[in-house]
Design a binder for this molecule. Structure first.
Ligand SMILES: Cc1ncc(COP(=O)(O)O)c(C=O)c1O
Length: 405
């Protein structure tokens, strides 16, 4: 018997865990409605052609099929710099590096910053990669709760109270997964002030920063202060509909004196893993400098699907929802007896509608939620919400066991 590490026990990834329940339901003949996958390409969204052509052309050059520089190819890093300076208004850029998805940038930046026993403030609910990475390095995941009554905004006052001498960083996810909330400038300014006062690094995950509805504009926290030590994460997975290509990046900004050792440490990790996928990196300049007209259509579709979802859900008893304005997720509240995990399990077993339980993203004690994606087409969404409504009526009437349906 091979005994796995204790470390592996701390890894929980609810987004993928529900697929096991769904697979069992499918084996029993249930038709599945996937409202759980944060991958646009599983639905009717395609990677833009100009990105595909750039990668195909890159593959034809033999040299591009070898390793690249550990930090990534120069043309792509330049494109990322232009975007960071011109659109995100980030000054004081100290380093730019390309990774295997934003996921790898996030892991490297945490590993290069924290020792075992340190803690990192994480948005809760939030994307479960952070708790998985922190668990892997014995770093404490210290949750700060997003405020549902304030459209899921973080509260700098509340966050300040959580900081101690072992706090190294605060994670921001803007727009957020799973709430779909976009943060206002005043909210971000308070966080800048709080981070500077407490001498902590800001890790700003902006992987959804172009998927914004209602004509809203994104503000990067790093752009608000050149004094703030910050790493801003981005990538092509979501904004450019290419999650399978596994290309992301990090931009380190802030005063040189404060960040120089940290940048060196990040580079050591980058060198140790050689490089990100070389030919795929050619998609970056094509994406950032290229035609963005595809986004208009993507956002139009998302907004329509979001509006439909909010309207249908709000009409279901025991469900209320804050309207998301970014990304493609929503995190409705359940006013129910019982746990949200059981509610989701029963929903999948009895209707085939797959969503993820709120506890999988972390939530304030005593509250219950679920996360769904509004990427599916209107027909699928209409069917799914009809099924959720029927199921919710059964749950509210006291039925709890759906294992044989
Ligand atoms: C908030 C957030 N950050 C990072 C990622 C992962 O990004 P990548 O595909 O670039 O690794 C995701 C994926 O769902 C996400 O939701």
């Amino acid at each position: 018997m091979i005994i796995p590490s204790i470390r592996s026990e701390s890894i929980i990834y609810a987004v993928r865990d529900v697929t096991l329940i769904a697979e069992n339901a499918a084996k029993r003949g249930k038709k599945l409605y996937y409202l759980n996958i944060g991958d646009p390409n599983q639905y009717d969204f395609d990677t833009p052609e100009h990105l595909k052509s750039a990668v195909i052309e890159a593959l034809k050059v033999n040299h591009h099929n070898g390793y690249s520089h550990s930090s990534g190819i120069q043309v792509a890093r330049e494109a990322i710099r232009r975007e960071a300076e011109e659109r995100k208004k980030i000054r004081n850029i100290q380093e730019i590096f390309i990774t295997t998805g934003a996921s790898e940038a996030i892991e490297i930046c945490i590993a290069a910053l924290c020792n075992a026993g340190d803690n990192v403030l994480c948005p809760t609910p939030g994307y479960p990669l952070y708790s998985a990475v922190l668990g892997k390095y014995n770093i404490e995941y210290r949750p700060y709760y997003l405020v549902e009554e304030e459209e899921w905004a973080p509260s700098a006052e509340e966050i300040s109270k959580l900081i101690d001498k072992n706090t190294k960083a605060i994670v921001l996810i803007n727009p957020n997964n799973p709430t779909g909330a976009l943060y206002s400038i005043p909210t971000l300014e308070k966080l800048v002030e709080m981070a500077l006062r407490n001498n902590i690094v800001v890790l700003s995950d902006e992987i959804y920063d172009k998927l914004l509805m209602d004509n809203l504009k994104h503000t990067s926290i790093a752009g608000l202060s050149s004094e703030l030590p910050c790493v801003t994460f981005g990538g092509i997975s979501k904004n450019y509909l290419a999650p399978g290509w596994r290309i992301g990046w990090g931009v380190v900004s802030g005063p040189h004196e404060k960040t120089k050792l940290y940048v060196e440490a990040i580079n050591k990790f980058l060198r140790a893993r050689l490089c990100a996928n070389h030919p795929m990196q050619f998609a970056i300049p094509a994406a950032l400098d290229g035609d963005h007209s595809f986004l208009k259509d993507v956002i139009q579709r998302l907004q329509k699907r979001r509006d439909l979802s909010i309207q249908k859900l709000s009409a279901i008893p025991g469900i209320s929802v804050v309207k998301p304005t970014g990304a493609f997720y929503s995190f409705p509240k359940l006013q129910i007896e019982g746990e949200d995990e059981d509610w989701v399990k029963g929903l999948i077993q009895s209707t085939g509608v797959v969503v993820v339980h709120g506890s999988g993203f972390g939530e304030r004690e005593g509250t219950k939620h679920f996360r769904f994606v509004f990427l599916p087409d209107e027909e699928t969404l209409n069917l799914a919400f009809e099924l959720i409504e029927q199921y919710q009526r059964l749950w509210l009437s006291g039925k709890r066991d759906f294992s044989n349906e």
